[in-house]
Ligand binder design. Structure first.
Ligand SMILES: Cc1cc2nc3c(=O)[nH]c(=O)nc-3n(C[C@H](O)[C@H](O)[C@H](O)COP(=O)(O)OP(=O)(O)OC[C@H]3O[C@@H](n4cnc5c(N)ncnc54)[C@H](O)[C@@H]3O)c2cc1C
Length: 381
């Protein structure tokens, strides 16, 4: 048996790394992916599922399908790392590795009092489906979406959900009966980006009649359907959507790779950790912009990082010098601004100062995002 390259997590970063490595890994090595879920979920499509434009089967794929690429899929829970013995601890026993790619993402837990009971979690597939069912019956009233803590995955996700809800109720002829309100502890939207981009995003929301309250934290959700804010005020709502708290997966909490703020420390360009041939990428990595803010936790960064790590590792294992670098930049990503339009987003997080742009809403950005979804789900599986 060859030496094993182990990939923890079959989400965005893990799937991309597995596919690239399957093509470029030199002989004498074997590849395995471990995930607690039997399915890969394309998270970026959850907002479309919430407004009824996607169903579960459109945005999930069996991770066992990766085995057609000549690798092994292990369905199991990762419980810890033993870096001294180069072993991953799982519920089914220890898994030794030669090189390790940690792509476990962020754990997402509704933590506020009353949140699990009285608010929908739009980042959970089952709850997103329930939310869609509830929205389909909704005839009017106030809908509040709140961000419970920072950072959260999918930099555009809460704004996108609100803009899609605006379109959804317009189409149903109910928009004038529905008040949409977004509460976030962010001082400004896209806080990693120049203030001009934040103002543009805020303008997009306000021109759709969405009430935006920044620098606003929620303390708890009541049974009666109210939000109690940090300043003690109460806001009544007819439907509450609450982003969960994001934190490091429990399996990694006691790892020496974890930084003081809870994410894994890794080189900003190679994603290698302090332990040789152990990489941390995607949402689990605690990278920062050149201004010291968290690098936005987004799929297109997870994807690029996976390409860098997979190609460098293959070079290294075949005795060559790794030469690829993650540059903290991405162009061509998109935020949906309605059921037919989107805005292109570009980010250059490592440039000094960090740069970002947001285009005017247009049909091409919508098209690009939906084409990318199809490309991802058909070419990787
Ligand atoms: C609603 C929403 C919309 C988004 N929209 C966009 C967008 O438009 N554009 C964009 O670029 N990004 C978007 N994102 C963000 C993007 O999806 C994430 O940044 C990306 O998925 C991170 O990839 P990852 O591989 O690090 O983590 P994930 O994709 O979350 O994968 C982690 C994997 O690890 C597994 N796992 C976790 N813990 C364990 C364990 N202990 N044992 C075994 N398996 C485990 C999970 O089951 C999962 O499969 C969005 C996110 C959300 C939630």
């Amino acid at each position: 048996m060859g030496k094993t390259i182990l990939i923890l997590g079959g989400g965005t970063a893990g799937t991309a790394a597995a596919n690239v490595l399957a093509d470029v890994l030199p002989p004498g090595f074997q590849l395995a992916v471990v995930d607690r879920s039997p399915d890969h979920l394309f998270l970026a499509s959850l907002p479309l599922l919430i407004v009824g434009r996607r169903r579960r089967q459109h945005i999930t794929r069996r991770l066992s399908a990766l085995e057609s690429r000549g690798l092994q899929f292990i369905h199991g829970e990762v419980e810890g790392l033993d870096l001294d013995s180069r072993t991953v601890l799982t519920r089914h026993g220890p898994l030794p590795f030669h090189a390790l790619i940690i792509a476990l993402g962020m754990e997402r837990t509704p933590l506020l009092a009353g949140q699990r009971e009285w608010a929908f979690n739009p980042f959970d597939l089952g709850e997103a489906e329930q939310l869609h069912a509830r929205l389909s019956r909704f005839q009017g009233g106030r809908i509040v979406l709140f961000v419970s803590s920072l950072p959260f995955t999918g930099a555009v996700a809460p704004y996108e959900i609100m803009l899609l809800l605006h379109s959804f109720f317009l189409q149903r002829g109910l928009r004038s009966q529905v008040e949409l309100c977004l509460l976030t502890p962010e001082q400004r939207l896209f806080s990693f980006a120049p203030p001009r981009v934040s103002a543009q995003a805020a303008e997009l929301l306000s021109s759709s009649g969405i009430i935006l309250k920044t620098a606003t934290s929620v303390r708890r959700v009541t049974k009666g359907g109210s939000l109690v804010l940090a300043d003690g005020k109460e806001l009544a709502a007819d439907l509450i959507i609450g982003l969960p708290h994001h934190h490091l997966p429990a399996a990694l909490e006691s790892s020496c790779l974890a930084g003081p703020e809870g994410w894994l420390k890794a080189d900003p360009h190679t994603l290698e950790t302090s332990c040789e041939d152990v990489y941390a990428l995607g949402d689990v990595a605690g990278l920062t912009t050149s201004a010291g803010d968290w690098l936005p936790k987004v799929g297109f960064f997870a994807h690029y990082q996976a390409e860098v790590v997979a190609r460098n590792l293959a070079l290294k294992l075949s005795g060559q010098k790794p030469r690829f670098k993650f540059q903290g930049g991405a162009a061509g990503a998109a935020m949906l601004t309605g059921l037919r339009r989107g805005s292109f987003v570009s980010i250059s997080a490592y440039s000094r100062p960090p740069a970002a742009t947001l285009s005017k809403p247009n049909p091409f950005a919508f098209l690009l995002k939906t084409i990318f979804e199809k490309y991802w789900l058909s070419s990787w599986f």
